[in-house]
Design a protein around this ligand. Structure first.
Ligand SMILES: [Zn+2]
Length: 319
């Protein structure tokens, strides 16, 4: 029975806007009958933090896909990014991560600073709940793909059918997932740090924070389950202003404030929803890295902010 919170699917291309297709010079996906092929741009010099645009309807989407698929990250690249991160030996395993989703040449090192936190205990993870915003499709609620697995150069990561049975009101939409990169860009990292985990990939459309938080609650689980939230921070501000805005946003995230808007993070809805769940569960947040495309590989005139955060369970800590 359909969840009354979810309106009929309305797939709309976003109106062209200088402020939109955002940071994605990233991955494209090809959805086969049962396997979603994850692509990821590995750092072509001609690409900028906002140079990637989705193909127009009816255009040669397959040709563009092939181009991007050729630039998928290699296992070596993922390993190199993770190996560059030093994690304190006494740090506990995080329950959740918030990571950016631009091309690996831009935000890969920032994302790696979070994923490296899962390296020690990740082999024990059986489930990763992955949420990110919809950049191209406008719809109400959240969406799962209609595939059984995500495929990348690192292999195949199964979609968690058991977990999906826990959230029966969530729609399955191939179209929404086919257009979206914010989740699949995370998959190669997850395959490396959580090799035995199955994925619960949720694209978040128009939704209230509590709706996202309620679904995360259903999937919360124990130490076998981790949550990953995919979002970049500010978009297309000059370097210094972008930094100031992102620092303020970071402080809000560390305080688990749920009032973020789309100016602060393209994934404001999933981030705010996650932060609401984190509040309910009294998670403790730490900032791992905060940079922008201007620090890494882009022009300082218009930068995209990238933050990495880890969230830890606190119930076992002595007050
Ligand atoms: Zn984004």
């Amino acid at each position: 029975m359909p969840d009354p919170d979810f309106a009929p699917e309305q797939l709309e291309k976003e109106a062209p806007s200088a402020k939109r297709p955002a940071e994605q010079q990233g991955p494209r996906s090809r959805v086969a009958t049962a396997v979603k092929t994850s692509g990821y741009e590995g750092g072509s010099a001609k690409l900028s933090p906002d140079s990637w645009k989705p193909p127009a309807p009816g255009k040669d989407a397959v040709g563009e896909l092939e181009e991007f698929l050729k630039k998928r990250p290699s296992p070596q690249e993922v390993g190199r990014l993770l190996a560059a991160v030093q994690v304190p030996l006494d740090e506990p395993a995080p329950k959740a991560l918030l990571v950016p989703h631009a091309g690996y040449a831009y935000s890969g090192p920032v994302a790696a600073s979070a994923y490296a936190r899962l390296l020690r205990g990740g082999a024990n993870l059986s489930r990763v709940v992955l949420i990110g915003p919809s950049h191209h499709a406008s719809f109400h609620g959240l969406a799962l793909p209609d595939t059984e697995a995500f495929e990348t150069p690192l292999g195949t990561m199964p979609v968690d059918a058991e977990a999906i049975a826990l959230i029966p009101g969530v729609r399955r939409s191939e179209a929404i997932h086919r257009a979206e990169h914010s989740l699949e860009v995370q998959v190669p990292f997850l395959q490396r740090v959580a090799p035995h985990a199955a994925l619960v990939p949720l694209v978040v459309g128009q939704a209230a924070g509590f709706q996202v938080a309620d679904i995360l609650e259903l999937l919360w689980g124990g130490p076998e389950t981790a949550i990953v939230v995919s979002s970049d921070l500010s978009h297309y501000l000059p370097y210094r202003l972008g930094r100031a805005v992102d620092e303020e946003t970071s402080r809000m995230i560390l305080r688990l404030e749920t009032s973020l808007d789309g100016e602060r993070a393209c994934g404001a809805v999933p981030v705010a929803g996650f932060l609401e769940a984190a509040r309910r569960r009294r998670l403790r947040a730490t900032l791992l890295d905060l940079r922008s495309s201007g620090d890494i590989a882009g022009s300082p005139e218009e930068v995209v902010g990238y933050g990495a955060f880890a969230f830890f369970e606190t119930r076992d800590e002595t007050p």
